[in-house]
Design a protein. Structure first.
Length: 365
C-alpha cells in the first residue's frame, strides 16, 4: 500500500456562527472533513500555524500527528482555540483513514458496542412560559425522542422555586418514560450551596443528570455538590485537553464527562472515554454545532461501553428554516433519521458523510 500524503488543509468559516469546517486534502484525492466550534479566528491558526506542520505527512498516523501538533504549539498556548483547530484537523484525518482503509471510523476506534445510539433532543432556553415549555417538551416526546434536555435561560438565575417549577413542568409534559436533562449553563450567580438546594428539590422528578451547574474551573465546588446530592452531575463541554479531564476524574468531581469532539478531536475523545471507563464514569458527548460533529459523536459513542447517548440540537419553534437547522439537518447530503428513538450507526467508510454544497456555499466566508 502506497504511503498517503497530506497536500493541503483548508478552513472554511460559516457566516454568523462559531462554526469552522476543515478539509484535509491528500495526493490520492481523498478529502477528509472535520469541524470545530470556536472563534472564527481559528481559521488563521489552522491555515497559518498547523497546516505547515502537516504538509507531506501521512494522514493515517493520527495519534503521532496529534502529538506533533500539540508539542509544536506549546508557545501558542496548550488550551482553547489552538486545540480546537487541532480537533477539526484530527476529525478530518480519521475521516481520511477510514476512506483509505475502507472502514467506518468506529471500527478503526476498536469496534462497536451497539448498532444504534440514543440522541437526546437538546433545546434552549429554559425560560419559556409554562404552557410553551410543556408544549415543546411534549412535541419532542411525540417525535419519538427518548430523552430531552432544556437549558440555560432562567435556570439557576432567579430562585430555587423557579428552578423547581421549570423542571416540574417538563416532567409533567413528557410523562415518566422520557428522560429529562437540565443544563444549568454555568450560571455565575450559583454557588455550591445554591446548586445543592436546587438539586435536592428536583431529584424527585427523576432528572437524568444536571449539566454544568458551576463554572467548570471550580473543581472543589463540583466535588462538594456531588458529595451532597443523589442527582448525577456532569461537565466538560468547554474543556479541550486530556489533562483537564484527568483532574475531574482523579477528584471524582462529576458523574458524567461531556467532551465535545469539535473541541477535543476524535483521538483525545477516545482517550478521555477510556479514562472515564476506568473510573466507572459515563461519557456523553456535548454538541451544539453541525451535522458533522453529530456524526463524529455517533462513531465515538458506538465505540465505547460507557455511554449510549449523543446530543442532538433541535431548533426553537418557528426556526425550522434557521441557520441552526441548516447546519444540523441539511449540511449533510443524508440527513439523520430518528427510528424508534435511535440513530443507526453508519457502516460507510470514514465518517460516512458528504457535504451539501448548496448549504456550504450559502454560509461559507
Amino acid at each position: 500500500m502506497s504511503i498517503l500524503k497530506i497536500t493541503d488543509v483548508k478552513a472554511i468559516n460559516l457566516a454568523n456562527t462559531t462554526q469552522t469546517i476543515v478539509q484535509v486534502y491528500t495526493d490520492e484525492d481523498i478529502i477528509g472533513i472535520g469541524h470545530c466550534d470556536t472563534s472564527p479566528y481559528v481559521r488563521f491558526i489552522i491555515e497559518g500555524e498547523l497546516k505547515p506542520m502537516l504538509i507531506g505527512k501521512d494522514p493515517l498516523e493520527t495519534e503521532a500527528l496529534w502529538t506533533m501538533m500539540y508539542r509544536n504549539s506549546a508557545w501558542n498556548g496548550l488550551r482553547g482555540i489552538i486545540i480546537h483547530g487541532m480537533a477539526a484537523i484530527d476529525m478530518a484525518l480519521w475521516d481520511i483513514k477510514g476512506q483509505k482503509l475502507k472502514q467506518p471510523v468506529w471500527k478503526l476506534l476498536g469496534g462497536k458496542y451497539r448498532d444504534k445510539v440514543i440522541p437526546y433532543a437538546s433545546l434552549t432556553p429554559l425560560s419559556f412560559k409554562p404552557y410553551d415549555l410543556a408544549k415543546r417538551a411534549a412535541e419532542c416526546r411525540d417525535m419519538g425522542f427518548r430523552a430531552v434536555k432544556f437549558g440555560w435561560g432562567d435556570f439557576g438565575r432567579i430562585s430555587v422555586d423557579e428552578d423547581v417549577r421549570l423542571v416540574k413542568t417538563i416532567r409533567e409534559a413528557v410523562g415518566d418514560d422520557v428522560k429529562i436533562i437540565i443544563d444549568a449553563g454555568r450560571p455565575w450567580e450559583c454557588t455550591p450551596s445554591r446548586v445543592i438546594k436546587t438539586a435536592k428539590k428536583i431529584e424527585k422528578y427523576n432528572v437524568f443528570f444536571l449539566e454544568e451547574p458551576l463554572n467548570p474551573d471550580d473543581i472543589d465546588g463540583f466535588v462538594e455538590v456531588k458529595a451532597n446530592v443523589d442527582l448525577p452531575i456532569s461537565t466538560g463541554e468547554t474543556m479541550s485537553t486530556i489533562q483537564e479531564y484527568r483532574a475531574l476524574i482523579e477528584r471524582r468531581a462529576v458523574d458524567i464527562l461531556q467532551p465535545d469532539p469539535s473541541r477535543v478531536g476524535i483521538t483525545q475523545w477516545k482517550i478521555i472515554a477510556k479514562m472515564a471507563e476506568a473510573a466507572n464514569m459515563m461519557c456523553i458527548p456535548h454538541d451544539w454545532s453541525t451535522g458533522i460533529n453529530i456524526m463524529a459523536q455517533i462513531h465515538l459513542v458506538a465505540s465505547i461501553p460507557n455511554g449510549e447517548y449523543i446530543e442532538y440540537m433541535r431548533p426553537r419553534p418557528g426556526r425550522e428554516k434557521s441557520v441552526e437547522a441548516d447546519l444540523i439537518d441539511r449540511i449533510l447530503e443524508e440527513p439523520f433519521e430518528l427510528k424508534n428513538g435511535y440513530f443507526e450507526v453508519p457502516n460507510k467508510p470514514g465518517l460516512g458523510i458528504e457535504l451539501n454544497e448548496e448549504i456550504l456555499n450559502k454560509y461559507a466566508v
